[in-house]
Design a protein around this ligand. Structure first.
Ligand code: NDP
Length: 484
């Protein structure tokens, strides 16, 4: 008698054969009544859920956040109290590529973290860059369309990308970072993560602060050159998944130092930059990053599809002590992330083990496709029969005055706001000579694609001249559009 278990159907019924379909005689046609065969084929046909429209290619791991400093004066959130240890999940990804795309493509990297806190899930859905291409979600789908594939030939098209960027000057900061070697990280372990958006923190007394998160890699930032990234695309499209998985498997756990920049609530109004504009950083000299803890990745997924492909991150998951800011991109994402999960995975995506909070859920939401747990009676509120009741006290602090006319408008400019000053600081003060040479080379490689028209090359040079004249001149020269 074999020690191996008997194969079953998904209903647990013993399977008649692993190899043979039921047929009329050994050579005859197959029978519709072969339920085991039909179930196997039908389930196989449904193995894929829709891939993410953005951030389709990725990988991830589980880890632990440990808070080492006392920041209770800024937030009462349990996960950020000194000594707290919180289990977490991260998913790293590229943005524009499809499921099988190469990990080393030039692209920002998604850096989405879910913290399974005692107060419910807290998700920080960031990137490996502190800024973004646009500042109003009205432009998001247009921006992504320009990065994906053309309608006619189904090809990525650099002319289309530059057409969007050169008409969207707010993209200058993020495109600068993208065209630097940080656009092609060596591995996910060797890049920083940023919450990017500004968030609200409030303490037990209800006092408010604005914060930005920085996860600084303890492995050191390490990037690929354009040539190295291209070579890896041919050699191993899954380099970054493999690197993270192997290093955790070998017990070489990557860590990040967790920092926050904290701005007193009242300073936002008069700060020299609009602190809610996602195309801007807060210069470190203005708000020094404070170290609050350490984050370690220490466990690989054991089921990629169940734990990574079906992982659902949403910036709307904010626990008491943390709130949203008026950042327009964040406001758009508060809606769009849960909406895409409802479409992609289904209305009950939060019941899947990887997405389910570790604390108890007491909700009046019920039913829907694939409901696995449902609230017990009573199924409505208000009720007089002992159902759960909300506790507004927990959220005291999560409010602030807003007044104004309903408009469609750009942000009000703050004193030093413009689209080019911060990327200019990056070029002039932060990048080394080698970084600059590589960045010019990366831009030229990208904008020299055969589909980029001569007229577009002139606009590309102008775009970079707006950031910094020497940079623009070098791009113009390299593209052969030196005519002005
Ligand atoms: P600082 O000189 O205080 O900080 C510059 C920061 O730039 C560094 O701390 C580092 O942040 C980051 N950096 C270092 N090397 C590179 C590189 N090769 N490519 C991209 N970023 C790099 O200056 P400011 O805070 O005034 O910022 C100046 C410019 O630096 C900004 O305009 C922005 O472009 C860039 N920057 C600023 C960040 C911020 O939050 N203030 C964060 C990242 C970039 P880190 O260790 O986080 O990588």
């Amino acid at each position: 008698m074999s020690e191996r278990p008997t194969t079953t159907t998904d209903a647990g019924i013993a399977a008649p054969s692993d190899e043979h379909s039921q047929s009329i005689g050994p050579n005859g046609p197959l029978l519709l009544q072969d339920h085991y065969l039909i179930q196997k084929m039908a389930h196989f046909n449904r193995e894929r859920v829709p891939e993410r429209v953005v951030h389709a290619k990725g990988g991830g791991a589980f880890g632990t956040l440990e808070i080492t400093e006392d920041v209770s004066q800024f937030t009462k959130a349990g996960l950020f109290q000194k000594g707290a240890r919180t289990e977490s999940l991260v998913r790293f990804s590229t943005v524009a590529g499809e499921l099988g795309a190469a990990d080393t493509s030039r692209d920002p990297r998604g850096f989405a973290v879910k913290f399974y806190t005692d107060e419910g899930n807290y998700d920080l859905v960031g990137n490996n860059t502190p800024v973004f291409f646009i500042r109003d979600p009205q432009k998001f789908s247009d921006f992504i369309h320009s990065q994906k594939r053309r309608a006619d030939n189904h090809l990525h098209d650099h002319n289309m990308q530059w057409d969007f960027w050169t008409q969207s000057p707010e993209s200058a900061h993020q495109v600068s970072l993208l065209m630097s070697d940080r656009g092609t990280p060596f591995s996910w372990r060797h890049m920083n993560g940023y919450g990017s958006h500004t968030f609200l923190w409030y303490n037990a007394a209800g006092e408010k602060f604005w914060v930005k998160y920085h996860f600084k890699t303890d492995q050191g930032v390490k990037n690929l050159t354009d040539a190295e990234a291209a070579a890896w695309q041919a050699k191993d499209a899954d380099l970054h998944i493999r690197d993270l998985y192997t290093s955790i498997k070998n017990g070489d756990f990557p860590t990040w130092t967790v920092q926050v920049q904290v701005m007193p609530f009242e300073e936002a109004a008069d700060y020299r930059f609009n602190p809610f504009d996602l195309t801007k950083v807060w210069p470190h000299a203005d708000y020094e990053p404070i170290t609050i803890g350490r984050w370690t990745l220490n466990r690989n997924p054991d089921d990629y599809f169940a734990q990574i492909e079906q992982a659902a991150f949403e910036p709307a998951n904010l626990v008491p002590g943390i709130g949203a800011s008026p950042d327009k991109m964040l406001q758009g994402r508060l809606f769009s992330y849960p909406d895409t999960h409802r479409h992609r995975i289904g209305a009950n995506y939060l019941q899947l083990p990887v997405n389910r909070p570790r604390n108890e859920v007491h909700t009046y939401n019920k039913d829907g496709a694939m409901a696995y747990t449902n609230p017990a009676d009573p199924v409505y509120t208000p009720n007089t029969v002992g159902g759960p009741v909300a506790d507004p006290e927990l959220w005291k602090g999560d409010s602030y005055d807003v007044a104004g006319e309903i408009v469609r408008s750009a942000y009000t400019l703050h004193r030093d706001d413009d689209d080019f000053g911060q990327p200019r600081a990056l070029w002039e003060k932060v990048l080394s000579d080698t970084d600059r040479d590589n960045m010019v080379g990366n831009i030229l490689g990208h904008a020299s694609a055969p589909e980029v028209t001569p007229e577009m090359k002139v606009r590309v040079a102008e775009y970079w001249r707006n950031i910094q004249k020497d940079l623009g001149d070098r791009v113009a020269k390299g593209l052969g559009v030196n005519g002005r």
